[in-house]
Design a protein around this ligand. Structure first.
Ligand SMILES: [Zn+2]
Length: 762
């Protein structure tokens, strides 16, 4: 190392990747550092080998704090820097970085040096490069090259991602009124990737199942992939051009990109019903915003983050989903145009620099003339959300708010709740900003809160009002029905309503079919079944739900049906096939024509084939998964490999992900799907214990590890709670902190729910 041309002493703390250089003159010093790094074979995070076949792509993934493990830097989002990058590598390989290549020259025998255009000022976590054999496809959007890069042979599968990314780029230029800040935008599909996708400036990196989708891909997966491209393109401005000052405002990036990705995808594909998907996947999901925000481990959307280790734990559905709900609420409050103009002002003012949440509220406040800051603060700087109890007293409606919590600890206090309600045919909206209010409205025939599902709260009605809600159920909008089911399911988990009431409304959903409610309830029932399939009540619920709905939606698409119906069909068939023997046999027959099958039925066919044939199905499914070049296809075959009734076969499937014979990204699928198989609970729990540390190392302790184990352990360990507590103590607790406590809290909820379900039905 040298400082201003003179050799300089330094110390290096490898564990923290911290370099200390004493005696550097404070202003305008030139520090030169020569360093080397050995790329580990065992991780899929940081600088790593993303392997396929016998080859690999060397790639980076640096958020939040891996940049320091790749090159010396002040690794803090507020310290933006200009990068001039040169990479020398073997001849015949391609290199992709944040900016375009300006020169490519031979350097000795078989070596080539790539020189990249100087970057604008940017944060270190957005730095990217990848080296490998790439196939590229290009499209121009408003003069900007949008390029997908895949491993050889996959270019044609990147067309959908390419088109929607280019379309989104043009839409955002309009929306933000700021031109795309760079000269090109890559979408790099990586065969092994630990999470979904990452917004590196000018070079988005993605899991193959998000970037390599086709027009004929299963609609749910196509939709998810396309939406995630639109999310990462939103970040190219919001996050990359203007970056949060510190990780406590990570939510500002993620909530905004989440909200925008649904808004823009809806604009580009009006028939995709993206707000229904938003509620299903971001808000209502089993580890979605409303679940996590009612645990003691919750945090304000705008979290206190002391160091980057803490930043890691805030990549969750509170930062993405709840934050996006609050932004939607604010947009509704000030109007779409004032919101857009405020965002545009904010981006123009802080281009190539950093900003905080307050800077955005100020911009929105100036454009709208409304007190945005106070409403935003109340919802973003405090954890949790309210439970609104609605009851009819003496013919009048009374509303009372309390913090909604599953156990001890977590949220407290009063929220300013924008209430939108309907009572006896009259709509009413106001802000409830005290504990209790008695309204001068009657509710003799009808009372419904949270109309259109724009409020972030849960409603508990009194007994008589639930009667009314039941009889009015056919007349509710799909969002209101799905919202009511979401609330009932949360209340069931919190022990505030009985399983019988929830079951009654499940039957009402079956009698009044709509797509979004069916999907939301199917998501709920999958976990209910996984933790308590031995309860007669659960068995009854699943049959009374699936049978009439399968009859209604059928197994073959009808002409002109909305695409979401395909997803509804996928949910229903793949759930009922697990629960009903004869239906599994029927679905198994479809497996003969698997390749040409309706993509929304493939999962059910694979599951039916596995259940019906047991060990006899294993080889065929394993061969398919090891031979398949397509991650979206493998996802569905893993559903079959995870559905066996014989624990030994489940163990084989789980082990496969660690053998190196399949992409290490696949581990995610075998774990998630097996955990939902009620016959596999014990073997999955034993397997997780045995391999926990190995998987943690593979994910290099990234948040994706805790997201995955957070979906698996609370289900598979439902009969091993004290074992799980013991296992997740000591070192593992220290490593995982609040993420580990959260896993145990979710397990506690499932243990209690299982107890109540078994008591109620058997
Ligand atoms: Zn994001």
């Amino acid at each position: 190392m040298s400082v201003n041309g003179r050799p300089a002493p330094f110390s290096f703390d490898e564990k923290r990747a911290r370099l200390k250089i004493p005696g550097v003159p404070t202003r305008k010093s030139i520090v030169e550092i020569q360093y080397s790094k050995q790329v580990s074979d065992d991780v899929i995070f940081g600088l790593y080998k993303s392997k396929y076949g016998k080859d690999y792509i060397l790639a980076t993934d640096l958020e939040p704090s891996e940049a320091r493990t790749v090159f010396p830097c002040v690794d803090d989002p507020a310290y933006k820097a200009v990068f001039r990058l040169q990479i020398t590598t073997e001849d015949g390989l391609g290199v992709i970085a944040n900016t375009p290549i300006v020169r490519k020259e031979r350097k000795g025998v078989g070596r080539v040096t790539f020189t990249f255009q100087e970057t604008p000022r940017m944060s270190t976590y957005l730095f990217f490069f990848a080296i490998g054999k790439f196939e590229e496809t290009k499209r121009t959007a408003g003069g900007i090259d949008v390029i997908t890069a895949t491993r050889p042979g996959q270019a044609e599968n990147s067309q959908v991602a390419l088109k929607i990314s280019a379309d989104a780029l043009l839409e955002y230029q309009d929306y933000y009124e700021v031109p795309y800040p760079l000269k090109k935008l890559h979408i790099v599909a990586l065969p092994e990737y630990h999470t979904g996708a990452m917004e590196n400036w000018g070079a988005i990196a993605s899991r193959e199942s998000y970037a390599l989708i086709r027009e004929d891909t299963n609609f749910r997966l196509k939709n998810r992939g396309a939406m995630s491209m639109v999310h990462e393109v939103a970040h190219q401005w919001f996050g990359d051009l203007v970056t949060m000052k510190w990780w406590d405002d990570l939510w500002l990036n993620e909530s905004f990109a989440t909200m925008m990705s649904y808004k823009m995808t809806q604009k580009l594909h009006p028939d995709w019903e993206m707000w229904a998907v938003f509620l299903r996947d971001e808000v209502f999901l089993r580890d979605g915003a409303m679940k996590l925000d009612a645990l003691s481990t919750t945090h304000p959307v705008q979290a206190r983050v002391k160091n980057v280790a803490e930043a890691t734990h805030t990549f969750d559905s509170i930062s993405y989903g709840k934050g996006a709900c609050v932004l939607r609420m604010l947009e509704g409050y000030i109007g779409e145009e004032a919101f857009r103009a405020g965002v545009s002002d904010y981006l123009k003012k802080f281009s190539f620099s950093n900003a905080t949440g307050k800077d955005l509220w100020d911009a929105l406040g100036r454009r709208s003339g409304l007190p945005v800051t106070s409403l935003a603060r109340a919802w973003l700087t405090r954890p949790g959300y309210p439970l609104v109890k609605a009851r009819v007293v003496g013919g009048k409606v009374e509303l009372t708010q309390h913090p909604f919590r599953f156990g001890e600890g977590g949220a407290s206090g009063i929220w300013p709740i924008p209430i939108m309600m309907r009572a006896d045919g009259k709509e009413k909206s106001f802000i409830l900003n005290r504990e209790s209010v008695r309204l001068d409205v009657t509710a003799a025939s009808e009372l419904l809160l949270n109309l259109g599902r724009t409020g972030f709260y849960v409603t508990l009605y009194d007994e008589a009002t639930y009667e009314l809600l039941g009889s009015n159920f056919p007349r509710l909008s799909p969002y209101d029905r799905a919202g009511a089911m979401n609330d009932l399911h949360l209340l069931l988990q919190a022990g505030l309503v009985e399983p019988a009431l929830y079951a009654r409304f499940v039957s009402l959903c079956a009698a009044n079919p709509d797509s979004v409610t069916t999907q939301v309830v199917a998501e709920q029932l999958r976990v209910v079944e996984a933790i308590a399939s031995d309860s007669l009540a659960v068995h009854g619920m699943i049959h009374s739900f699936c049978q009439p709905l399968l009859e209604h939606f059928g197994e073959t698409p009808w002409p002109g049906e909305p695409p979401s119906v395909g997803t509804t069909r996928e949910y229903l068939t793949s759930m009922f096939v697990q629960a009903d023997g004869p239906y599994a046999e029927k679905m198994a027959k479809l497996f003969d024509h698997y390749t040409n099958l309706d993509p929304n039925l493939k999962a059910a066919a694979a599951i039916g084939f596995a259940i019906t044939n047991g060990a006899g199905a294993e080889k065929a499914l394993r061969d398919m998964v090891t031979a398949s070049e397509s991650e979206v296809e493998r996802d569905m075959i893993y559903k079959g490999l995870s559905a066996f009734r014989d624990p030994k076969l489940i163990q084989h499937s789980l082990d496969l992900g660690l053998t190196g014979r399949v992409s290490r990204s696949d581990l995610h699928y075998s774990m998630i799907h097996s955990a939902l198989n009620p016959y596999a609970r014990d073997v999955v729990w034993q397997w997780v214990k045995k391999n926990y540390d190995a998987i943690w190392r593979l994910y290099a302790g990234s948040q994706q590890f805790y997201i995955d184990v957070g979906r698996v352990i609370p289900v598979c360990a439902v009969e091993h709670e004290s074992d799980a507590k013991r296992f997740l103590s000591g070192r593992r607790l220290k490593e995982g902190g609040s993420s580990v406590i959260r896993v145990l809290e979710m397990l506690r909820i499932n243990v209690e729910l299982r107890r109540r379900l078994l008591r109620s039905g058997n």
